[in-house]
Write a protein that binds this ligand. Structure first.
Ligand code: DGJ
Length: 539
């Protein structure tokens, strides 16, 4: 589970510019040799890698790309994306072609190649579940439904999903996953190339709300287990009586959560690094309002950790450290709401998959403003599928990637805020209390006129407090003006210096000072990935 990270008392007294460095150094010396872990402080989270907060700027490769034959183009694609981490599947069918005979060729090629390309890796365990189906299980499991039973529909038809009540299936998945983690411990226990593991993929049933096999029906007719009663604050009784119309879905959720928790625990016993589950969320159906109902098993995989059941999953599956929503809607109103649901005191915000097209790119800035520990567009290598290009996310990753460790530390300290453009809202205010920040999107910004906004409302700005009067800023098609509360920019306040530079190995390297036209109407970020450290004064 997540560890509490206690604040060092000296840090409170020091200026924040120094404090970020001190935090990083202290964490570094105490935990540098430790495996990657998630820590929590004051309700915020960090993924600590080699002793420092790490921000996953990831790229998930296509489903059939984690093969040695595909890796040359994969490495090229990762470089084009400016990612620092690759998310790659591990296929159960490839890894265990015969029961108990393991083949780690694909895994080894990915770890070795990632090291050579200066990348970290998140492995995705395509085990019992993949997108609410069972397509990645080995052929010997597919061929033996007696031993590895399927989910049965209410009409008696089996579907291509394995039942979480199948004891042999659970044992097989556990032993394969444990073998994977055992192997990773051997090849990566001291190098920390592998940061996290995704356990299963969008788990749940597509095609039936619950398993209706004889075994499952017998269980369903019995009493609700005590741990589920406690988690849901219900009185004892049989499933239908206790949960009414939600009983079938909750039955599936309970058995699936128990199953996945057991798989995860078996893996954790071999190698203890953060584990997460990616979730197929429930999208609002584009239908008539009277038809807008949640349909488990149709709208989303039944039994999964969708929006309504995040809290329940956190209780039932404690060996999973994070539940992360996969996001395939670029409606910012919707995804911001989903980010809010998964960003909880007991769950860090992680976006393990998101669309790679340009319309999704600004979601990175919302996620950073919410303290996300990672953000990974899906399908970023070359493929036979007609994917959308990922120009904007690559630009964002180039911008943020040059200072990813600093950004992760500032997020963890609660010092970072973002502003994002929306249609019809070409200006935004960011509130740092004694300093206010006016952000205006789109160029040109004529004197005396309003900022025009951008054609597709893609502007964004990131402002992080380094000290009482010092900020790190950057943006996309945005101008940034500081001012005192209730005053205009340059009224009783001024820029002492605005230094453009870059972070190199944690050290700020100044390149030039911005002044005159580059400052007087706001610090402008346009068409170039640049960052500026601003010192402000009051007079
Ligand atoms: C979500 C899944 O988790 C991915 O493996 C992939 O299938 C994507 N959907 C895109 O289709």
């Amino acid at each position: 589970m997540l560890e509490l990270f206690s604040r060092h008392s000296n840090l409170r007294r020091s200026r924040f510019a120094a404090s970020v460095m001190v935090v990083v150094t202290l964490i570094g010396s105490a935990f540098a040799a430790d495996a990657p872990k998630i820590v929590q402080k004051d309700g915020r989270y960090a993924l600590i890698v080699d002793g420092q907060p790490f921000l996953i700027l990831g790229g998930q490769i296509h489903n059939s790309s984690a093969w040695p034959s595909e890796l040359p183009q994969v490495w090229e694609s990762m470089a084009a994306l400016h990612a620092n981490t690759m998310e790659a599947p591990v296929y159960w069918e490839q890894m265990e072609p015969q029961p108990g005979k393991f083949d780690f060729t694909n895994v080894d090629a990915i770890v070795t190649g990632a090291r050579a390309h200066d990348l970290h890796v998140v492995f995705l365990w395509f085990g019992t579940w993949k997108n609410g189906n069972m397509h990645y299980v080995p052929a010997w499991i597919k061929a033996d439904p007696q031993r590895y039973p399927r989910v049965i529909r209410p009409d008696g038809e089996p579907i291509d999903v394995l039942s979480p009540l199948g004891h042999n299936t659970l044992e097989a998945d556990k032993s394969a996953f444990a073998a994977l983690m055992h192997h990773l411990k051997q090849i990566d226990g001291d190098q920390h190339t592998v940061l996290m593991i995704q356990v299963e993929n969008e788990s749940g049933n597509i095609g039936s709300v619950r398993d209706n096999s004889e075994t499952a029906n017998r269980e369903f007719a019995g009493s609700v287990p005590a741990d589920l009663l406690a988690a849901t604050h219900k009185q004892p009784g049989p499933w239908r009586q206790v949960f009414g119309g939600d009983a079938d879905e909750l039955f599936q959720t309970y058995h699936q959560a128990k199953y996945i928790n057991e798989v995860a625990s078996a893996g954790k016993a071999e190698m203890n690094i953060p584990f997460y589950m990616n979730v197929w969320v429930n999208y609002p159906p584009p239908l008539m309002p009277q038809l807008q109902q949640d349909m488990p098993g149709i709208d989303y995989p039944s039994g999964g950790a969708w929006q309504k059941y995040v809290g329940l999953w956190r209780v039932l599956a404690p060996s999973i450290d994070v539940l992360g929503p996969d996001m395939y809607s670029d409606d910012s109103g919707f995804y911001r709401c989903v980010f809010d649901i998964y960003n909880r005191p007991d769950n860090p915000l992680l976006i393990p998959e998101i669309g790679s097209g340009d319309s999704y790119a600004k979601a990175l800035f919302y996620a950073l403003g919410d303290g996300a520990i990672g953000f990974s567009p899906f399908g970023v290598d070359q493929n036979i599928l007609a994917d959308q290009p990922f120009k904007s996310t690559a630009y964002n990753f180039a911008l943020i990637g040059s200072m990813d460790r600093e950004i992760a530390a500032l997020e963890f300290e609660g010092k970072l805020k973002t502003a994002v453009e929306e249609p019809g809202q070409a200006s935004r205010e960011i509130d740092f209390g004694d300093w206010q920040v006016s952000v205006a999107f789109g160029f040109p910004q004529p004197d005396g006129g309003r900022a025009p906004g951008t054609k597709d409302a893609h502007g964004a700005a990131l402002v992080a407090r380094l000290g009482p009067d010092e900020f790190l800023i950057t943006g996309i098609d945005a101008s940034i003006n500081f001012h005192l509360p209730g005053k205009l920019p340059w009224s009783r306040s001024e820029i002492i210096s605005a230094e453009q530079g870059v972070y190199e190995n944690g050290v700020w390297k100044p390149m030039r000072l911005w002044n005159g036209d580059e400052n007087d109407r706001g610090l402008c970020f346009y068409q170039k990935p640049q960052a500026v450290r601003v010192r402000l004064g009051k007079f």
